[in-house]
Write a protein that binds this ligand. Structure first.
Ligand code: ASP
Length: 355
């Protein structure tokens, strides 16, 4: 563990966990024309050279680097589990945690962690950047420094935000409500169905009514088992029985996130309802989320979704696909029976869906 900043009278202690992503990369300047300009991970122990402002913070900041530094497109459930374990091992030692992560799959990791961490009473804030930390116009410096400030903030003697969150480009979002929406501009994340938890301008303004309240007396624990026998099936006009049947026949399949139209609607073809009914009868859990970013699934509003309700498809309400697939994986990992999984999927576990 590297101590980036130790103050004599610290206002708190933060563990930064570095996983990779653009934030911590540098441009390859080698002579090899095939590589020049590619982004490569840099030795993050030198971060203090790139962000000397860390030295001016009035809280202790320590850094852990995961064993393998990766682009977040390579994140797998094992990385979520590793992050949960690092947080568990250091839970009593630190007041809060900041995870530096690539933006591409950050919303999946934030969602998965929210379900893996039970009775979280401390901030876990993921952040990253669209430009590497060494680049003059980088967004990494502001994202990192403000994430650290928010992680350290307290309200009435308690952590200001005891949740898994994403901080990016001035906004603090609930992690399991966030989506990456932008690959070029700095406003990479948004949360269409839940208000931001804080906005950082001259001051950091918290949106207190929307921040989770945690009973600090309850013991923190983690559950890292996940079942990856799941898939996402996105409908489109013209989807054929061959496609749907092939997906539902995947050997070992236990759960499906069905991405539907509008308020949870699907084509009324009998073959589709039959295929879904047969899959559910064989023990596959199916959850309905909308392809729309805003609004919610309301099964039963139209004839095109009433069928789904009748055959036992779970309504995902206003959950993101990222939250739905990770929640499904975590619940399936707990070896509950199918009815219990379907019941828990339909309820909010960590504020990921509105009732
Ligand atoms: N491909 C990078 C990643 O997700 C993009 C980023 O960090 O912004 O790791």
């Amino acid at each position: 563990m590297l101590h980036l900043n130790i103050t004599s009278n610290p206002a708190g202690s933060i563990l930064v966990i570095y996983t990779g992503g653009t934030l911590g990369m540098v441009y390859d300047r080698s002579a090899d024309p095939a590589k020049t300009g590619q982004l490569l991970p840099f030795d993050f122990s030198q971060v203090i050279e790139k962000v000397p402002e860390i030295g001016r913070l009035d809280f202790d900041v320590s850094l852990i680097t995961l064993e393998h530094i990766i682009d977040s497109s390579d994140v797998k459930p094992a990385v979520w589990a590793r992050l949960a374990q690092v947080i568990e091992v250091h839970y009593d030692q630190f007041d809060s945690f900041v995870i530096l992560h690539g933006t591409d799959t950050m919303a999946y990791t934030a969602s998965a962690l929210s379900f893996m961490l039970t009775n979280l009473g401390k901030p876990v804030i993921l952040t990253g950047a669209q430009l590497p930390i060494g680049v003059a116009r980088t967004d990494a410096r502001e994202n990192l420094l403000t994430a650290l400030e928010i992680a350290a903030d307290r309200q009435d003697g308690r952590p200001a935000v005891p949740e898994v969150c994403i901080y990016f480009n001035s906004l603090l979002l609930r992690g399991n409500r966030a989506k990456k929406r932008e690959s070029v501009h700095f406003n990479a994340f948004h949360s269409e169905n839940y208000p931001h938890l804080a906005m950082a301008g001259v001051r950091i303004e918290y949106n207190r009514p929307f921040i989770a309240r945690q009973d600090m007396a309850l013991p923190f624990s983690i559950s890292t088992a996940v079942d990856d026998n799941v898939t996402i099936l996105k409908l489109f006009p013209g989807i054929t029985p061959a496609v749907v049947n092939a997906v539902l026949a995947i050997p070992g399949l236990r759960g499906v996130v069905l991405e539907t139209f509008g308020a949870g609607n699907v084509p009324t073809d009998t073959w589709l309802a039959d295929a879904l009914r047969t899959a559910i009868a064989s023990g596959i859990v199916i959850i309905n989320v909308s392809q729309c970013e805003g609004g919610r699934v309301t099964q039963g509003q139209y004839q095109t979704s009433t069928r789904l309700q009748q055959i036992g498809v779970v309504s995902g309400a206003d959950m993101t696909t990222e939250a739905a697939i990770t929640k499904l994986m975590v619940l399936l990992g707990q070896e509950l029976d199918t009815t219990a999984i379907a019941r828990q999927l339909a309820q909010s576990m960590r504020g990921e869906m509105s009732s």
